[in-house]
Design a protein around this ligand. Structure first.
Ligand SMILES: Cc1ncc(C[n+]2csc(CCOP(=O)(O)OP(=O)(O)O)c2C)c(N)n1
Ligand code: SF4
Length: 308
């Protein structure tokens, strides 16, 4: 387990002074993940808040090599760089240990980048892919993505007389990635920082592809005060909205079981994007959302061997 004292002595790869919003969960996720790497990294990042706010020309917030690629192909880009590295190593032109990592938002991962990610995983490149999932296309103005949960308000799923926020359930991306049978897949939370950093370390030092899905609360898009980011991350886990688990070489393992499972309304209450759901007319929709969370949890317990 990572020791906090040692971590504080490490220099952040993502330096202060970037222009992500105060309290942005993505910046916390990135710093936690990169603190787990003991070697130099090459970072590729899909277009999105993270890339846009950290690389405003002529400045950069990255103390590493950094490649900005198109929205749809962060994984393809980093897999090409990794292939070149393996070739240079074989030719004896490089002997340094270097790690390769891609970051993408949910728009760039669940939706537009999924094909390039799936291909890179299937080819077995030695790299880490991190989805910082803030549950919408935040950088272009809070549009819904396939990671947006059912019932959430976004600018393209406005709540009103016609629809009560997004009508579809979120896509189970972690499950889709696990179906690729790569060496390491996990769902993690910036609230459980030591669990996340351990997982990131495992991801960097496992040969072959590794994938981390990190829920990254967005004060702007979810409509909560900037200082409550970690509280939101905590509530997502304690309500089973975002269960923590890993799939290592095909073996599913649950990483956290809430002592007392909170109802999903505890996760919704502090967020403006769910305000409309907590009214009497949307009670049955909230019940359906709760049922879906409960069903997913039971399924996960079975997959993790916690239940026969
Ligand atoms: C092919 C393509 N389509 C659309 C855009 C415009 N665009 C830039 S950022 C962005 C949203 C990114 O959303 P996400 O990946 O979830 O990251 P976030 O902004 O939430 O961090 C969009 C649609 C683009 N750059 N390229
Ligand atoms: S809009 Fe959300 S994801 Fe984007 S920088 Fe602000 S807090 Fe972060």
């Amino acid at each position: 387990m990572a020791k906090l004292k040692e971590l504080t002595k490490k220099q952040d790869v993502l330096s202060p002074g970037h222009r992500l919003c105060a309290g942005c969960g993505a910046s916390i996720a990135v710093r936690q993940v990169l603190s787990a790497c003991d070697d130099p990294v090459v970072v590729a990042s899909a277009t999105g808040c993270l890339e846009v706010a950290t690389t405003i020309y002529p400045y950069t917030s990255w103390r590493s090599s950094f490649i900005h690629n198109a929205f749809e192909n962060a994984a393809a880009t980093i897999s090409g760089v990794e292939a070149m590295y393996q070739s240079l190593k074989k030719q004896g032109k490089i002997d340094k240990e270097i790690k390769f990592i891609s970051f993408g938002g949910d728009g760039g991962t669940y939706d537009i980048g999924l094909q390039s990610l799936s291909g890179a995983l299937e080819r077995g490149h030695d790299f880490v892919y991190v989805c910082y999932d803030n549950e919408a296309y935040m950088n272009t103005g809070i549009q819904r993505s396939s990671a947006t949960p059912r019932g959430a308000w976004t600018t393209t799923t406005p709540c009103g007389k016609v629809i009560p926020g997004k009508t579809q359930y979120r896509k189970d991306l972690t499950g889709i990635i696990a179906a690729h049978k790569i060496p390491y897949v996990t769902q993690a939370s910036i609230w459980r920082w030591n669990d996340l950093i351990d997982k990131a370390h495992k991801a960097f030092y496992t040969k072959g592809p590794a994938f981390l899905n990190v829920l990254s609360p967005c004060p702007r898009g979810w409509r909560f005060p900037s200082e409550d980011t970690i509280k939101m991350a905590k509530l997502s886990v304690q309500t089973n909205f975002w269960p923590l688990y890993e799939v290592e070489n095909g073996k599913w393992k649950l990483n956290y079981k809430p002592k007392e499972r909170l109802p999903v309304t505890e996760w919704m209450k502090p967020q403006g994007r769910y305000k409309h759901l907590l009214t009497p007319e949307n009670k049955s929709l909230v019940e359906e959302i709760q049922q879906d969370i409960d069903d997913n949890w039971e399924r996960l317990l079975t997959l993790c061997g916690e239940k026969q």
